[in-house]
Design a protein around this ligand. Structure first.
Ligand SMILES: [Fe+2]
Length: 166
């Protein structure tokens, strides 16, 4: 068990947790992109894999800048979310492809929201710790993940995935 002495330790723990979360969410997002029927959904998932890789690289950079091993944590939360995504959006048997697309969006958003809450908290702590470069990197990661999440809502609601689902 890691000893947390102060906010900085907690912050670094969070960076490593998110690095692990990003890493674990990539393969399942790629699988969901392959399984998606809607073309906009497919390309949004592909774009989000790219964004997650960037987020992961950013967390790696921050961890290393503080002399930490970015691979030092395993995020159990994301492990659970990935298992849920597999179960509900990939392994379930769907008679209707549009309904599967709706399931994919729902599961993708759970993964994205875990990252958004993580980045947001870490950004606040980075500011408190006067780590302005870190805060900027976390701000960018938050904005990119938010954007991906909103694109997904648009595809579900305006793009017609929910409407097409029977
Ligand atoms: Fe976690």
């Amino acid at each position: 068990m890691t000893a947390i002495k102060n906010l900085k330790d907690l912050y670094l723990d969070g960076i490593k947790d998110l690095h692990s979360a990003c890493k674990q969410s990539i393969p399942v997002t790629e699988e969901m992109a392959r399984a998606a029927k809607n073309a906009d959904l497919k390309s949004a998932l592909d774009a989000s894999v790219k964004g997650t890789r960037e987020g992961m690289a950013s967390m790696e950079k921050l961890a290393r800048a503080h002399g930490e091993d970015p691979g030092g944590e395993h995020c159990k939360g994301m492990e659970g979310l990935v298992a849920e995504a597999r179960k509900h959006a990939l392994d379930a048997r769907f008679a209707d492809e549009d309904t599967q697309d709706a399931a994919i969006i729902a599961q993708y958003q759970r993964l994205a929201h875990y990252a958004i809450t993580g980045y947001g908290t870490l950004k606040a702590w980075a500011k408190r710790l006067d780590l302005s470069d870190d805060a900027r990197a976390l701000d960018e990661a938050t904005a990119a993940t938010y954007e991906g999440d909103e694109t997904m809502t648009k595809i579900a609601v305006k793009g017609g995935v929910n409407k097409a689902a029977m």
